[in-house]
Design a protein around this ligand. Structure first.
Ligand code: NAI
Length: 249
């Protein structure tokens, strides 16, 4: 697979789960992948990329830190000379009933999930504008962006915000040959999701999901690779739902 040959991609939250699968998939398709995270696990992702014959590196990036995002974008541009793909994947989903929600709970989720997307996009877009090309792919969620989800008001607000941001930015950047799209995953089997939900809840979801299974990180990664490729050059401002049919039940 070579459809992303020599494209330079930055993936946030690439230490595990969906972000890691995206990083590996983009590398398999020929992209030079900069895996970023805050846990150190971004180094393991970069190692795995090398093991499969891919190219790239790991950088620490806390998406809540706008200055750090600027540094990362500068480092990547200085090393490779271009930044072609940005995948805003980093996100947290700490369940909390609204009646128990503290200011800290609310601001933390908005800061990572929504301000984080702004911070990193803001840092990368000037490079894409100069080169008059780019692909920005934002990982939203079924929750908030498509359906209501009890226990996740803060998260739902952040993910609905990502969709609004995606649409408005798509309009502003179309003239520069930059596309901006969002993906809304349903229930995906990841370390983060496993920690958040009980086995009971997983069984309940599998019963509801028409495809009869949870999604895999690779189910999301393959859509990201498509949106990042030339084949998707006329798609912008879109929200792609990947949920095994859950939202149409
Ligand atoms: P995960 O918890 O397994 O992995 C998320 C990664 O993001 C971790 O490596 C974590 O260190 C990183 N991260 C957290 N805060 C960060 C920060 N401030 N700066 C940089 N990195 C940070 O999560 P998962 O399940 O892989 O989710 C990835 C994305 O997909 C998130 O945006 C999530 O909201 C979204 N999503 C996940 C679904 C699921 O069912 N797993 C469903 C819908 C959306």
């Amino acid at each position: 697979m070579t459809r992303l040959n020599n494209k330079v991609a930055i993936v946030t939250g690439a230490g595990q789960g969906i972000g890691k699968a995206i990083a590996l998939r983009l590398a398999k398709e020929g992209a030079i992948v900069v895996a970023t995270d805050i846990t150190g696990k971004e180094n393991e992702t970069a190692e795995e990329i090398k093991k499969i014959g891919g190219e790239g590196m790991a950088l620490r990036l806390d998406v809540t830190d706008g200055k750090m995002a600027e540094e990362v974008a500068k480092t990547v541009f200085n090393k490779y000379g271009h930044i072609d793909i940005l995948v805003n994947n980093a996100g947290i989903y700490p369940f909390k009933p609204f009646l128990e929600m503290t200011f800290e709970d609310w601001y933390k989720v908005i800061n990572v999930n929504l301000n984080g997307v702004f911070n990193v996009t803001r840092a990368v877009v000037p490079y894409m504008v100069k080169q008059k090309s780019g692909r920005i792919i934002n990982i939203a969620s079924l929750a908030g962006a498509v359906m209501g989800f009890a226990g996740l008001t803060h998260y739902s607000a952040s993910k609905a915000g990502i969709v609004g941001f995606t649409r408005a930015l798509a309009l502003e950047l179309a003239r520069y040959g930059i596309t901006v799209n969002a993906i809304a995953p349903g229930a995906i089997s990841t370390p983060g999701a496993a920690a958040a939900g009980s086995e009971e809840q997983v069984k309940m979801m599998i019963n509801i999901i028409p495809m009869g299974r949870l999604g895999t990180p690779e189910d999301i990664a393959s859509a990201v690779a498509y949106l990042a490729s030339d084949e998707a050059s006329y798609i912008t401002g879109a929200l792609i739902i990947i949920d095994g049919g859950w939202s149409v039940t």
